[in-house]
Design a protein around this ligand. Structure first.
Ligand code: NAD
Length: 341
C-alpha cells in the first residue's frame, strides 16, 4: 500500500488510517458487494494493522476491524441470532506460518497429544463465496442466515430455498436439529454467462463470482435470487441436537454427505505439517481446473473433542487456519496506484 510521506513514522496515525481504509473496504465488500481493491491489498492492510496493534498494544481498540467479523446485517432483511457464532479464520500466507500454527496447536494440546505424535488435520478447499447457516428441524429446512457480524446474520430463508443444491429435506435419519454451515458460491462459467446477460441488458456487472454470489443471495426479492445460478458446499455444523456428533471433522463431513448435503470432494485427513504443505501445493496446482474459485485451503484439527481445548481468539478459532494462495500481483500493483489516499 502506498504511504503518504511520513505516514509510517507515527504508529497511531498509521493505525487510524488503516482502520478507516479497512472499514471503507468492508462496507464495499460486505454491504455493497462491490469491492474496489483486490483481496490481496485488503489482506496486506489487515495484516499491517494486526502487526501494529500487536507491537503497540495501547493502540488496540475493541471496535478495530481486527477484532470483528464481517458487517452488521442490512435493513430490509429480518435478522437471525446465531446461538453459536459464525467466525472468521486466521490466515497463513506462507509455509512458516503454517508450521507455527501446527506448533502452537501441539503446545496447546499438551498431554492430549501422545508424545511424538503429530496432529491429524482435515484439509479442505477454501471456497471463495459467502458463508451461510442452514437450520434443519426434524430434517426440514426451516431457516437460512448469512454470517452478518458473526453474532447476528440476515434472514435469507426465502432466497436460499431457491438454491437447488440446498436440500429442503435431509435424507435418512436426520437429527432433531442441525445447523449446517457452508458457503454459497457461483461457478465461474455461470458467472461469465450471468455477467454477459447483465451487460446486454445494461445492468450492473459483478466484479467476480464471489461478489456475484453475495449480491444474488442478498436480494430482497427471492425471484431475483431464483434466477441466479447459485451453488452451495457444506463445511461444518453449528447447533446440533438429537444425534451424537462424529468424533472427527472428516467424519462430520461424511455424515453431511449421507444427509444429502453437497460437500466438496477435495478433502483429506492429513497427518502433521508437511502433509498440510503437500495438500496446499496439490490444490494450488489443480486450482484452475476447478469450476469455482478458491482462495486457498483450510486445515482443521480433525479430532472435534480437541477444538474446545484449542478455543478461539478474537474473531477466529485456534483449531483451524486458512492457507491462502498468493495473489495475482500484476492486478494488485495496478490497483495500488488507484487507491492511494
Ligand atoms: P475469510 O473469507 O478469509 O475466511 C473465513 C470464511 O471462509 C468463513 O466465514 C467461511 O465463509 C469461508 N470458508 C470457505 N471455505 C471454508 C471451509 N472449507 N471451512 C471453513 N470456512 C470456509 O474471512 P472473512 O472474515 O470472511 O473475510 C476476510 C477476507 O475477505 C479477507 O481476507 C479478504 O480476502 C476478503 N475481503 C476483501 C475485501 C476487499 O475490499 N477486497 C474487503 C473485505 C474482505
Amino acid at each position: 500500500m502506498a504511504d503518504a510521506p511520513g505516514e509510517r513514522s507515527d504508529p497511531r496515525d498509521r493505525a487510524a488510517r488503516l482502520r478507516d481504509r479497512i472499514e471503507r473496504w468492508n462496507h464495499e465488500y460486505y454491504v455493497l458487494d462491490s469491492p474496489s481493491v483486490p483481496d490481496a491489498e485488503y489482506d496486506r492492510a489487515f495484516r499491517e494493522l494486526q502487526d501494529l496493534e500487536r507491537d503497540h498494544p495501547e493502540l488496540a481498540t475493541d471496535d478495530s476491524p481486527t477484532q470483528r467479523v464481517g458487517a452488521a446485517p442490512q435493513a430490509g432483511f429480518g435478522s437471525v441470532r446465531h446461538a453459536i457464532p459464525m467466525l472468521s479464520l486466521n490466515n497463513a500466507f506462507d509455509d512458516d506460518e503454517v508450521l507455527a500454527f501446527d506448533r502452537r496447536a501441539s503446545e496447546l494440546l499438551g498431554d492430549l497429544l501422545p508424545p511424538d505424535a503429530q496432529i491429524d488435520y482435515c484439509g479442505e478447499l477454501k471456497y471463495d463465496g459467502l458463508a451461510l447457516s442452514l437450520r434443519y428441524e426434524g430434517g426440514r429446512l426451516v431457516s437460512a442466515a448469512t454470517r452478518g457480524d458473526g453474532s447476528t446474520g440476515e434472514d435469507v430463508t426465502a432466497n436460499v430455498r431457491t438454491i437447488r443444491a440446498v436440500p429442503l429435506r435431509l435424507r435418512g435419519a436426520a437429527p432433531a436439529l442441525i445447523e449446517v454451515r457452508g458457503e454459497a458460491l457461483m461457478y465461474k462459467a455461470d458467472f461469465e454467462r450471468m455477467n454477459a446477460r447483465q451487460r446486454a441488458s445494461g445492468e450492473r456487472e459483478f466484479v467476480n463470482p464471489r461478489n456475484a454470489a453475495a449480491g444474488s443471495l442478498r436480494q430482497l426479492d427471492p425471484a431475483m435470487t431464483a434466477a441466479r445460478p447459485l451453488r452451495f458446499f457444506a463445511y461444518g455444523v453449528g447447533e446440533l441436537d438429537g444425534a451424537a456428533e462424529p468424533e472427527t471433522h472428516a467424519g462430520l463431513l461424511d455424515w453431511l454427505v449421507a444427509l444429502g448435503l453437497p460437500v466438496g470432494a477435495e478433502r483429506r485427513v492429513l497427518r502433521g505439517p508437511q502433509a498440510l504443505l503437500g495438500f496446499y501445493r496439490e490444490m494450488q496446482s489443480g486450482r484452475a481446473r476447478l469450476p469455482y474459485d478458491i482462495d486457498g485451503v483450510v486445515y482443521k484439527v480433525d479430532r472435534l473433542a480437541w477444538h474446545e481445548r484449542l478455543g478461539f481468539v478474537a474473531r477466529a478459532p485456534r483449531f483451524a487456519i486458512a492457507h491462502k494462495f498468493p495473489a495475482e500481483e500484476a492486478v494488485t500493483e495496478l490497483l495500488d496506484i488507484e487507491i492511494q489516499v
